[in-house]
Write a protein that binds this ligand. Structure first.
Ligand code: BTN
Length: 259
């Protein structure tokens, strides 16, 4: 296997970015990289500061779920200070940065399931949690948290075995976390910087969603919606056409395909 040391110095060495990864804090074990990143942001950490962990003991997922990060996988968070107009694009650019990085390093084909699950062969390989502090219309900070199942053995975690996969599980060999992390930091920055001069990642994100054009069920807490996933708007909401012809805008939820 290629180099797989995740030390902060190695990650930063010769990294061709202006922001992301110019400051890296590595923790062998931490509760949640998003939690640490939010503390760092609250103290004015430099934009692009990366928190990366060997393992997380209380990793957090979307919709208040737990995210498992045993050793051998990637859990990292990036501190950003975007304009309010760029906030909704962070989910899109994060999932695109992940699919580009996985495809470059491994050659595996990936898809995005709305809103930002990265999938391989119908199973989830990466989850993304964007958290932000917004007051009076101003973004104080945003944190992009990314968890990638790199060398996870799904069979060791019965609670996710049927729905999750990992890069090594797909390839049959261990994969270098180091290579994925370096690609990811470059790609995150490249896409982030396209936003400032008025660029957009919306069209590419929309076109890579496997969800669109399918009959789906969306669960958001106690609310369940069914219909045709017709499109997504520029803020990232899902536009669902119900059987009665009405169009519903859904901001958050979990999508499953209907039989
Ligand atoms: C999801 O699909 O529910 C989102 C999972 C996000 C997990 C990552 S791992 C790094 C960062 N730290 C966390 O506690 N969560 C995110």
């Amino acid at each position: 296997m290629a180099e797989d040391n995740l030390s902060a110095d190695l990650i930063m060495e010769g990294l061709e970015t202006r922001l992301t990864g110019q400051r890296v804090l590595y923790y062998p074990s931490v509760t949640s990289t998003n939690e640490v990143a939010k503390q760092e942001a609250g103290q004015g950490a430099a934009e692009g500061t990366v928190i990366i962990a060997g393992e997380q003991t209380r990793g957090r997922g979307r919709m208040k779920r737990t995210w498992l990060t045993p050793e051998g996988n990637i859990a990292l968070s990036v501190v950003l200070y975007p304009d309010a107009s760029a906030l909704s694009s962070l989910i899109m650019l994060a999932s695109l940065a992940v699919v580009h990085s996985i495809e470059s390093v491994t050659g595996l084909e990936t898809q995005i399931k709305w809103p930002n699950d990265v999938m391989i062969n119908g199973k989830k390989v990466c989850g993304i949690l964007v958290e932000s502090d917004v007051r009076g219309g101003k973004v104080n900070y945003a944190v992009i948290g990314i968890g990638i199942n790199v060398n996870l053995k799904p069979e060791d975690s019965p609670e996710i075995q049927t729905i999750a996969t990992s890069l090594s599980g797909e390839l049959g060999v261990e994969v270098s976390r180091f290579s994925i992390v370096r690609h990811l930091l470059v790609e995150l920055e490249r896409l982030y910087l396209t936003l400032s001069p008025g660029g957009s990642v919306y069209a590419e994100w929309r076109d890579r969603l496997i969800t669109l054009g399918k009959e789906v069920k969306v669960t958001d807490g106690e609310n369940i919606y069914e219909g045709l996933a017709e499109s997504v708007d520029k803020e990232g909401s899902l536009l669902l056409r119900s059987a009665d012809g009405s169009l519903k805008k859904i901001v958050t939820g979990d999508v499953t395909l209907r039989n």
